[in-house]
Design a protein around this ligand. Sequence first.
Ligand code: ATP
Ligand code: MG
Length: 266
Amino acid sequence: MAVIFENTVLPDIIELRNINQSYDNGKTFVIKDFNLLIEDKPNQGQFVVLLGPSGCGKSTVLRYVTGLQTPTSGEVLLKSKPRQESDRIGMVFQQYSSFPWLTVLENVALGLKFRNIPKNERNEMAMAMIKIVGLEGHEKKYAQYPTLSGGQLQRVAIARSLLVNNEIILMDEPFGALDTNTRLRMQDFLIDVWLKVHPTIILVTHDISEAVYLGDDVYIMSTAPSNIVEYIHIDLPFNRDRNIKRDKRFTELTHFIEDKMMSLSM
Ligand SMILES: Nc1ncnc2c1ncn2[C@@H]1O[C@H](COP(=O)(O)OP(=O)(O)OP(=O)(O)O)[C@@H](O)[C@H]1O
Ligand SMILES: [Mg+2]
């Protein structure tokens, strides 16, 4: 059963309506009758997490929102209006996506360059964001490994995305390539940035513990032809730190989601 979304008085920020995605001239349906409604929480931001089996269409859904792909049928709305080509939304990928021949500052300021913002102004804005993501002092380094670590490179991508659009940021398994220790630190870093900038974040992850730790709302997608089959509100305190992972409710939510995931057919 697909999840039914209730539209309340809150303004909508992202809506995918009646989406279908087919390939092979309609012979294969990857996504079918897919709906997702994310309401805005102004001045607070929110963490929406998408979980689902490999190949179910999570990255595809993010690509619709960022404009990299158009669905076979259905509507993509941003703030209740059909998505325009001029809408800019940043995306952070698993693989490092900065330009290694540009410095940290040039990478972070890149989106502003495309918007024809004068150099002085865009460098000032980029530096402010570089400070927020804790990379001050690294701005003149080239954005490449190992000059910057994996975690630092992902911070560059997050800073760049936030300057493209500070209201919405999409993340597709952003910490998947990092070692466990860096990954855990990046989760705390993301909470920190989120509390400062309060965007709406849609995060795709395969890590259930990460989903519960970071998420306000977790949606589970089914295998293809896929739609959203489960909604879990994470009723843990708003301000979280690592200690919450020892909380009984954290464990309950993690097990509940794991059971739901395992009940999906492959
Ligand atoms: N051009 C294409 N032709 C046929 N099928 C395609 C095409 N492009 C994508 N797909 C299919 O769309 C489905 C969804 O892909 P997507 O990358 O969104 O999955 P995902 O949920 O992000 O998976 P993962 O967790 O492995 O990253 C996959 O099964 C893929 O094979
Ligand atoms: Mg994917």
